[in-house]
Design a protein around this ligand. Sequence first.
Ligand code: RBF
Length: 158
Amino acid sequence: MATSLKNLNDYKKEGFGDISEKKFGIVVADWHSEITDVLCAGAIDTLLKHGAQKEHIFRNTVPGSFELTLGAQFLAMQEEIDAVICIGVVIKGDTKHDDYINHAVANGLTNVSLKFNKPVSFGLVTTNNLEQALDRAGGKHGNKGVEAAAAAIHMLSF
Ligand code: RBF
């Protein structure tokens, strides 16, 4: 489905298990922090709404989205962390940097998830311009942080 037809705040809640004792690590990229902060707030709100405890949510920052993978690994390797949520915004520019970063993050997070057998969700907004990113950070397409948190909760119930 094209993202223009999907609101990121609409997710299926059926089958979500009890997360009141689960611990969540969140890794947030500092690049475009005015947007990643909104995405992170959406993720935290979603965890709290579904019963997570505030003290069980650990937020960490990394310089840019490229570093999300190592940040995720530092958290996933901690036994007490049950799931990791990664948040970043990569906007297309004059060069192909966005392609390299996006592919590296997608592959990197998949590898971390498989290596540690834990949900590591992909809260990376990858857009052509700033407006599209804002549309996905609480704008007309919802909030990608909400979707990433919901994906982590869903996978914990697998
Ligand atoms: N990081 C992001 O999270 N989003 C971006 O849009 C972004 N654009 C970048 C553009 C260029 C030209 C460079 C050099 C870096 C960019 N980064 C971006 C930072 C990148 O993820 C990483 O933090 C740095 O390259 C240091 O490893």
